[in-house]
Design a protein around this ligand. Structure first.
Ligand code: ADP
Length: 305
């Protein structure tokens, strides 16, 4: 089984603050750290640590120390980075504040993540060989479409529509959603893309647009919609310290567990349960990639009474 993730990679610069500062305010942090981030890279780390699937990452970093560090961190997880390009722009950076209630505020400087709008031959080959292709919307939407188009016969295309902004354009939404097998959104992205204010109406609208839909609801868990069928997958109760990357851990582990499907409710629920266990552990630890648990940790939580 193999998974190719096409997306963003950032250096996360995290400051622990007593509270999120307001406009014009200067606050002293109580600590700071740097770690691997970016939705694409977080998700491929989730997939790699889930075990059972060879994981490859396609994206771009800059020709700079952050880029070399980000590449090395992915390699240390056994991820194939032969499709990770070095672009003229600097590596992407995310400036993250996390407060004592695990609330966060994030500014992303995309940098090299905006550089790729198509796949080269080597990258296309990696995507074509994968059983599952996963993408997010933190890179140009043209790259996401190219990834979906390059997938092999029978491979699943899993899109985490985060951020949702590109899909609020009806033309783009129509083009992209036509290629999707499983769409994953959080509650805000759900309402944005559906263009309605009511959650269950939005689920019905999007469930009619894609073969399978997963809506993550933070500490509540997730909803799976497959045509007219619905299932709820509860979150595991934990006390979070940093929810950065919770959704990414969920998506990466979900995609790795789903593999090539089948797209039936049982398979989707099993994959979402694994994603929920992995993300519950991740939110109890600081950082994005450093917080992603191993397969053994996830299996232990899934087996606990
Ligand atoms: P995003 O980070 O994209 O906003 P969510 O906040 O919906 O995504 O979280 C994704 C998944 O992570 C949830 O479905 C849940 O399983 C898990 N999760 C998130 N926050 C918590 C929490 N406080 N406690 C337990 N699990 C959580």
């Amino acid at each position: 089984m193999s998974i190719a993730v096409v997306g963003s990679v950032n250096m996360d610069v995290v400051a622990r603050v007593p509270r999120i500062p307001g406009p014009g305010e200067t606050l002293l942090a109580t600590g700071s750290s740097r770690g691997g981030g970016g939705k694409g890279a977080n998700q491929v780390v989730g997939a790699a640590r889930a075990g059972g699937a060879d994981a490859a990452f396609i994206g771009a970093v800059g020709d700079d120390p952050d880029g070399r560090q980000l590449r090395a961190w992915l390699e240390a997880d056994g991820i194939d980075v032969s499709g990770l390009a070095t672009a003229a722009e600097p590596s992407g950076v995310a400036l993250i504040s996390v407060d004592d209630d695990a609330e966060n505020a994030i500014v992303v400087v995309a940098g090299a993540n905006g550089a790729l709008t198509s796949l080269n031959d080597a990258q296309r080959g990696i995507v074509a060989a994968a059983d599952t292709v996963a993408a997010q919307l933190e890179v140009p939407v043209e790259l996401v479409e190219a990834a979906a188009d390059a997938r092999g016969d029978g491979a699943l295309f899993v899109l985490n529509a985060a951020p949702s902004e590109p899909l609020t354009s009806p033309d783009v939404a129509e083009r992209v959603l036509d290629k999707v097998d499983v769409l994953i959104v959080n509650e805000h992205e759900l309402l944005d893309i559906a263009g309605v204010a009511d959650q269950s109406e939005a689920v019905d609208l999007l469930a009619a647009r894609v073969p399978a839909l997963v809506v993550t609801l933070g500490a509540v868990g997730s909803i799976i919609a497959l045509g007219p069928e619905r299932a709820q997958v509860p979150a595991f109760p934990v006390t979070p310290v940093d929810t950065t990357g919770a959704g990414d851990t969920f998506c990466g582990v979900f995609a790795a567990h789903l593999g090539r499907g089948p797209l039936d409710l049982d398979a989707l629920v099993a994959a979402a349960r694994a994603g929920a266990a992995a993300s519950a552990i991740a939110v109890t630890r600081p950082g994005a990639q450093p917080a992603v648990p191993t397969a053994a940790e996830v299996a232990a939580l899934l087996a606990s009474p």
